[in-house]
Design a protein. Structure first.
Length: 151
């Protein structure tokens, strides 16, 4: 991975926005709206952050499925598990005066597990968008190959 610090910053920014947004939706609107937010806005947010990561950290278009892609996926899935444990196993119960909730991951709806699959898919799609933008384009009128942004 080209930049662990940037990958971590982008993830933590997304996680903070997603967590605050989810809590606000739950307490101010409804659980249904919170789940809609979780399944729509959060993936879009992380897609933008992953695309920004690839745009700033890859010098040239690399093969679609490469080490940078796998590194970002592993980094973000690991950070997601760690942050979920910190926030939902330790901090949330502590703020409510309860002991740590070590059964958090097994007690959750199966939707929580979709979060990790969603992260993988988001990173794949973001890399695909980046790669497609950088891929040489064939000008069928002139029979020439050109890079996007070059004439």
């Amino acid at each position: 991975m080209n930049d662990w610090k940037r990958a971590t910053r982008y993830f933590l920014l997304g996680y903070l926005i997603a967590t605050i947004g989810g809590v606000l939706m739950y307490y101010l609107v409804s659980e249904t709206v919170m789940w809609l937010f979780t399944m729509t806005v959060m993936p879009a947010l992380f897609l933008i952050l992953a695309y920004k990561y690839f745009r700033k950290n890859l010098r040239a278009a690399s093969p679609f499925f490469d080490r940078d892609l796998l590194s970002l996926i592993v980094c973000w899935v690991a950070l997601s598990c760690i942050m979920d444990a910190i926030v939902y196993v330790l901090l949330s119960p502590l703020l409510l005066g309860l002991p740590p909730n070590w059964t958090f991951f097994s007690d959750q709806s199966p939707w929580i597990w979709m979060n990790y699959i969603t992260i993988i898919l988001i990173v794949l799609v973001a890399k695909g968008f980046y790669y497609e933008k950088k891929r040489p384009q064939i000008n069928t009128d002139a029979g020439r190959v050109s890079r996007p942004g070059h004439h």
